[in-house]
Design a protein around this ligand. Structure first.
Ligand code: GRF
Length: 216
């Protein structure tokens, strides 16, 4: 399955995808990596792997809609079957959404629908939750509101800072996201393009998608 990955930062999820791919446990081809700014670790990682990259910076466009169209055009040129938002810190617009309807997925550091949006680990800690985790979901026009594909839970420790909790959540992301991609690539997880659908899990084992709570 050909995937394009959209990044803004460190790219640890992109790294996890590439490592799982090298192990044979994530049967995808990363056909391109798009970023909203230059100078990110994620872009360097893509270049080191000889993956085509593009930078589509909002500041280069007079309005949001033009940026959205440019992003849709550049990602579309790679002809990916799926678009993966892996730490992409922008809300994508209608052009990209329409071009890949139901074929854009995102990884988010909370157990959605709790704590959508930015700084999810810090807000989860502030609320005193005892369980957090990550969610892989289909992207719709809302902020972290699309159909949930898979989640993994982690325990929250009383001693956690937002950074420590986020690191623990990221370890869960690095297992979950490649597993979800492999399940989609292999036809175990079926994405339907019709609006309002709930994705159907066919043959995956429950433990892969609902792993036991990880100890802090
Ligand atoms: C991840 O925690 C992801 O859930 C959130 O942004 C972070 C990106 O991390 N959307 P990285 O750039 O993949 O290291």
């Amino acid at each position: 399955m050909k995937i394009a990955v959209l990044v803004s930062g460190r790219g640890s999820n992109l790294d996890a995808i590439l490592k799982a791919r090298a192990r044979g446990s994530c049967r995808v081809e990363v056909v391109g990596v798009a970023a909203d700014r230059d100078g990110t670790v994620a872009l360097e990682l893509a270049r080191r792997h000889d993956i085509p990259t593009t930078i589509v910076a909002p500041s280069a466009y007079a309005e949001q809609a033009a940026w959205d169209r440019a992003l849709a055009e550049q990602v579309g040129a790679w002809q990916p079957e799926l678009v993966v938002l892996a730490g992409f810190m922008r809300i994508i617009g209608p052009a990209l959404l329409a071009a890949f309807a139901g074929r854009i997925i995102n990884v988010h550091p909370s157990l959605l629908p709790s704590f959508p949006g930015r700084d999810a680990p810090a807000r989860a800690l502030a609320k005193g939750v005892k369980l957090s985790g990550c969610t892989v979901h289909v992207v719709d026009e809302g902020v972290d509101t699309g159909p949930i594909l898979a989640q993994a839970a982690v325990a929250v420790s009383a001693a956690d800072t937002p950074e420590i909790l986020h690191q623990r959540i990221q370890r869960a992301e690095h297992a979950l996201l490649p597993a979800v991609l492999d399940a989609i690539a292999h036809g175990d997880l079926v994405l339907s393009p019709s609006p309002g659908y709930l994705p159907a899990l066919t043959q995956v084992t429950a433990s892969m998608f609902w792993p036991p709570v990880l100890k802090p």
